[in-house]
Design a protein around this ligand. Structure first.
Ligand code: PLP
Ligand code: COI
Length: 358
């Protein structure tokens, strides 16, 4: 399908917003254009790149009432030669279709998704932030637009891609270990539910837990399964921990855990990292024991936005605290962060097909 273009005349906004010394934060800024495509009468139609701006939809649009809405998160990086590269977008495209299947939406051709992102990056390439470590965060999303009130899947959808010039997700970047609240009160997902999808409702359901975590001085929640037995996720990241011998352990993917592209990349990079990376079901009681005995020396979270984020301590709902190692960023965490970002930035060669030039 051919993408049509309705482009803005170049203006001054980029240079006004992105002085290299500005702290641009995460997720606030937008580039000048977005990609749109509609689903009507059983097919995806009218792929187009248009100026970024408000969307019109009926107040009865089903996404607004029943949350039939999904999204993805990816990043583009500028290499030292000035060229923009994307990272493993084929995996985002496949996962968007997994999420679509979970909430009864039509799939979108995966090659088309990747081409749409590259076309948008090409149009807005001058919006790339110059800050150290900054990127263009890419947010594809699909939502139900049919004006209808009974609870069933919508007949119409819009697929939109926006981009945000962004820095680190956590304020102190990846240099400072965060604290997680181990919650037995809040759960992110249950077996048979939508936890393996990037469904918008999963994130609205996590807000109360995240706000509670902040009252404990924690940045996010360590989610357990609904029986409070096994570790599932660390906020919007997969969880990991590192044993004394350097083995990295990530919870086994289940239907309550998002299959993180960052986790899957680290799993594939074990050999290059020089350590074993594997998946296991991890009991919270064993994890706590391991941290206390010193068998677990590092922990953290993996995610596109958060990259590799070290966790220095865990607080429980009775206010007790356990500290991992010395509570600071450990050498294995640093090695994973460095290798992954070096591959993304083109400083090191990654596996074939991971990094693609726009
Ligand atoms: N888990 C959840 C719940 C997330 O929202 C994310 C973010 O996308 C992740 C894990 C990490 O996944 P990825 O590495 O693909 O970004
Ligand atoms: C990502 O890591 O890309 C996410 O989607 C997490 C968050 C910003 C919701």
């Amino acid at each position: 399908m051919e993408i049509s273009y309705q482009l803005k005349a170049a203006d001054q906004r980029r240079s006004e917003q992105f002085r290299p010394t500005d702290d641009i934060g995460f997720g606030h800024l937008r580039t000048e254009h977005m990609f749109l495509m509609d689903y009507k009468d059983g097919e995806w139609i009218e792929p187009r790149i248009v100026p970024y701006g408000p969307l019109t939809m009926p107040p009865g649009a089903m996404a607004l009432h029943y949350g039939q809405s999904i999204f993805e998160g990816a990043k583009a990086f500028k290499h030292t030669d000035g060229e923009i590269h994307t990272f493993r977008l084929n995996m985002n495209a496949a996962r968007l279709n997994h999420s679509a299947a979970v909430v009864c939406m039509p799939a979108i051709d995966e090659q088309m998704q990747v081409e749409a992102i590259h076309a948008l990056l090409d149009v807005d390439r001058l919006w790339f932030p110059e800050q150290d470590g900054a990127c263009l965060y890419i947010r594809p999303f699909v939502f139900a637009t049919e004006d209808h009130i009974s609870v069933r899947s919508s007949k119409n959808y819009t697929f939109c891609i926006l981009m945000s010039p962004s820095g680190a997700y956590y304020k102190d970047g990846n240099n400072k270990a965060i604290r997680l609240l181990v919650s037995k009160q809040y759960h992110r997902a249950v077996s048979g539910g939508t936890g393996s999808a990037k469904a918008s409702g999963n994130y609205s359901a996590s807000l109360k837990a995240a706000e509670t975590a902040q009252t404990y001085g924690a940045s996010q929640v360590l989610y357990l399964d609904s029986k409070n037995e096994y570790i599932e996720e660390a906020g919007a990241m997969n969880h990991y921990h590192v044993l004394k011998d350097g083995t990295v352990i990530i919870p086994k993917f289940t239907d309550t855990i998002l299959k993180s592209i960052t986790s899957r990349s680290i799993l594939e990079l074990g050999q290059q990292l020089g350590c074993e990376v594997r998946q296991e079901s991890i009991k919270i009681s064993d994890f706590v024991e391991g941290v206390k005995s010193g068998d677990i020396i590092e922990a953290g979270g993996f995610g596109t936005a958060a990259v590799v984020s070290p966790v220095g301590s865990y607080i429980f709902e009775d206010n007790s605290v356990i500290t991992v190692g010395d509570g600071n960023v450990g050498k294995y965490t640093l090695a994973m962060y460095t290798l992954l970002t070096d591959i993304q930035m083109g400083r090191q060669q990654g596996p074939a097909g991971w990094v693609n030039k726009v």
